[in-house]
Design a protein around this ligand. Structure first.
Ligand code: ADP
Ligand code: MG
Length: 377
């Protein structure tokens, strides 16, 4: 990172920061409903080398971004002026400035092993790396959760993506060997032990390598549907609806909102169930919860797709304990919990099923919970 930085900017960086991608074990689309989620950070990481500047310029370079150096003026950052990948890092600088922090310009070089657009949160990794670097270099004294909120503000307000805060909280706050139990309303998080290898298990990530275009508009529409349903029910958020109240709520809502509400309510319950199993050290018991979560996303929330369903069905046929799509939906990645001695055969079965269906070969890898964002140099 230092050498690349020197090549690009002709000087040494002040430091190097790292922020990971994530997979969410369970709790999908619950964050913007004030609910619960259970992500882990993955070893795939975004690295960022930074040098402060005194002239208010913000210069951005990425080993993954095509195109020349992006050169911006910190004082004139407003939403809409950056339409490329630079919106994510510039958005963080904008969000810090908006929040009244005294920050200036910098040279930034990014290099990442988090695949982009695969549902593994490369965007949050990028934002969190920048937020942590600025926090250190400009001595802002912000906590990891506060930096996650800055990162989310960048994505919502500057990059124009109406995401919840789960991705940024995962990248900012996770620790190695644990899953992050998030209570979004309470702005609380707790680390729950999660070490599948210690129990002879593997958590596989299978990147379908497809991203269906409907994703962008659909996310906003789903979010709006949830908010409409909460208003109709007289609730602050769907988090406030208990599973026992679902039948009554169903009678009060228009038919198209009922399955949305059912997904959110049952999904929050699945997070609670998963956390109690993990606390008791029963990782294998997560399997059926993952699979039930997938069915809910496929049938109620309707954000799965043929490729993700094929991975889940094939994995279960090959003996997986459980499997589900993870991330925003319409493609991206699937997670599979499997006993280690079945993992290779399962991987071969999924690859074979994709070949038979005429799909592009998926990317498969095992993950264990990695540390969150931090300074490394
Ligand atoms: P995900 O977060 O699931 O990977 P998103 O669509 O939210 O998918 O974010 C992907 C976008 O984030 C990319 O299209 C790019 O604009 C930006 N991005 C992420 N990582 C990098 C990187 N290393 N270099 C340049 N841009 C990146
Ligand atoms: Mg993202």
């Amino acid at each position: 990172m230092k050498e690349a930085f020197r090549r690009i900017f002709g000087a040494d960086p002040d430091g190097v920061w790292a922020a990971p991608g994530r997979v969410n074990l369970i709790g999908e689309h619950t964050d913007y409903n004030d609910g619960f989620a259970l992500p882990i950070a993955i070893p795939h990481t975004t690295l960022l080398a930074v040098r402060r500047r005194r002239d208010g310029r913000l210069r951005l370079h990425s080993a993954q971004g095509d195109g020349p150096l992006i050169d911006l003026d910190v004082a004139s950052l407003v939403p809409g002026v950056v339409t490329t990948w630079g919106a994510y890092p510039a958005g963080v600088v904008w969000a810090l400035r908006e929040a009244g922090h005294r920050i200036g310009g910098a040279d930034l070089h990014v290099d990442s092993t988090v695949p982009t657009g695969a549902g593994l949160s490369s965007s949050a990794a990028l934002e969190c790396a920048v937020a942590f670097a600025y926090n250190d270099l400009f001595e802002l004294g912000l906590s990891a959760p506060a930096l996650a909120l800055v990162a989310q503000r960048a994505e919502n307000g500057f990059a124009g993506v109406p995401c919840g805060v789960m991705d940024q909280m995962a990248s900012a706050c996770c620790t190695a060997g644990t899953a992050l139990h998030l209570d979004i309303r309470a702005a609380a998080h707790e680390h729950v032990p999660f070490a599948p290898e210690a129990q002879g298990l593997r958590l596989l990530v299978i990147d379908t390598r497809v991203k269906h275009d409907l994703g962008d508009g659909a996310y906003a529409a789903l979010r709006a549907g949830c908010e409409r349903a909460a208003r109709r029910l007289g609730l602050a958020a769907l988090r406030d609806l208990a599973p026992a109240e679902l039948p009554r709520a169903g009678r009060m809502l228009p038919a198209d909102l009922v399955p949305l509400v059912r997904h959110i309510v049952t999904e929050n319950a699945r997070v609670a169930e998963a956390v109690s199993h993990l606390r008791a050290g029963r990782i294998a018991a997560l399997g059926p919860i993952l699979t039930a979560g997938h069915a809910s996303l496929r049938d109620d929330y309707r954000i799965s797709c043929a490729e993700s369903d094929l991975v889940v069905d094939t994995a279960l046929d090959a003996g997986a304990l459980g499997a589900r799509m993870t991330g925003g939906g319409f493609g991206g990645s699937v997670i599979v919990l499997v006993e280690e001695d079945r993992a290779d055969a399962l991987a071969a079965a999924v690859t074979g099923a994709f070949r038979s269906a005429g799909y592009r070969a998926p990317h498969l890898f095992a993950v264990s919970p990695a540390p969150g964002a931090r300074r490394i140099e």
